[in-house]
Each structure stands twice: as C-alpha cells, then as structure tokens.
Design a binder for this molecule. Sequence first.
Ligand SMILES: Cc1cc2nc3c(=O)[nH]c(=O)nc-3n(C[C@H](O)[C@H](O)[C@H](O)COP(=O)(O)O)c2cc1C
Length: 197
Amino acid sequence: MTQNPESKAPAQPALALLQQRVSHPRLTDPGPSQAQMADLYRAAMRAPDHAWLRPWRFIDVSGDDRTRLGEHMAHSARTDDPGLTDKQYQKLLNSPLRAPLVLIAWAKISEHPKVPAIEQVLATGAAVTNLINAAHALGIGAVWRTGAPAYSPTLKQTLGLAATDHIVGFIYLGTPSGEDKPIPALNPADFVSQLPA
Ligand SMILES: Cc1cc2nc3c(=O)[nH]c(=O)nc-3n(C[C@H](O)[C@H](O)[C@H](O)COP(=O)(O)O)c2cc1C
C-alpha cells in the first residue's frame, strides 16, 4: 500500500505493532496510569462508527471494586442458573482479581433507522480492539474475556444497563507477567477468496 505523503505518523512502527500484538492472560501490578488510560480511551474513540452514535461505554473497575464485581458476577450467574456449582461460583468471584484493572466494555444501543444494533456492537468491538492495540503500543498487557457474565441479563441489570444493551467484554489490563507467547504463523491467503463466478 502506498503511504500517504501527508501522513504525520511513520507507518511502519504502527503496522509492526498491529501485526505483533498478543494477549497477556497473566497480569500483575502496576495497572495503567491515568495518563495511559486517557491515551487508550482516545484510541478507542477513533473506532469506525456508523452515524457517529458513539455506542461504546467502559466501566473502570480497580482496587476493591474488583471484589464487588466478582460478587456481582457470581451472584448473577447463580440467579441465572441455580445449578451453578460452588467451584464455578468461586471462580467467578475471583476472576476480576486476575489483573489490576478490569474494564467492562458495553454497547449502549440506540434506535436508529440506518444503524441496527449489531453495527453498534461491532463499533464497540472495534473500540475495544483499538484500545487493546494502544495498550500493546504502550507496553501494557491486555486480554479480552467474555464468558457467561457477558451474557447475563441479571448482571446487566445490576450494572444499570438496559435489556437491549450488550456487554462486549471484560478487558483485563496490567503489567505483563512471563514470556510473550509466540505469534501464530497464519497465512492471510488462507482467509481471502475471490467473488464466486
Ligand atoms: C469477543 C471475545 C471474547 C473472548 N473471550 C475470552 C474468554 O472468555 N476467555 C479467554 O480465555 N479468551 C477469550 N478471548 C480470546 C482472548 O482475548 C485472546 O484473543 C486469545 O487468547 C488469543 O490470544 P491472542 O489475542 O494473543 O491471539 C476472547 C476474544 C474475543 C474477541
């Protein structure tokens, strides 16, 4: 691709970062600073967004709030499924403690004649992708998780979301711990085809 001569940013470092991002499932203190989070959110806000509806929302959960989030996740799961085992309950209770910062990324769905809900969810997913790529650029570890809590009507209600809104993910952020896993060698040609005759 030809580089835009008016572009202020050097293309290659950004491209290399995008091509080399990996998730970091093991995260420790410290979490991102407020200044770093401002940069991450600025990147998120540049996601493509049909009709500029700005559907993305982030609930920032750190410190003791992570314990409360774990309680909300576990209680909601038990309300949704009374057969939830104690082991599953305990796992949910502890899950937000796996990183210093957890963002609940959700899509606030608006009625719009040209923008169905799925596009608003996609735009929020794109915002999350921008955010985790920006984290990678700053050396902050990130992993995007969902699991049953993302689809729990009870948790949505507890968090004050409308039934029509969607939790897009729980974004865990912190200092990467351990070795980066190797980047899988995928061949882009395997994912591209031509228009059928
Ligand atoms: C919408 C979405 C939901 C995900 N949910 C989970 C999850 O609940 N648990 C998990 O281990 N990985 C989940 N992942 C995958 C990880 O974020 C990550 O992409 C995966 O471990 C592969 O690592 P990589 O990003 O370094 O290729 C999810 C990814 C997406 C896009």
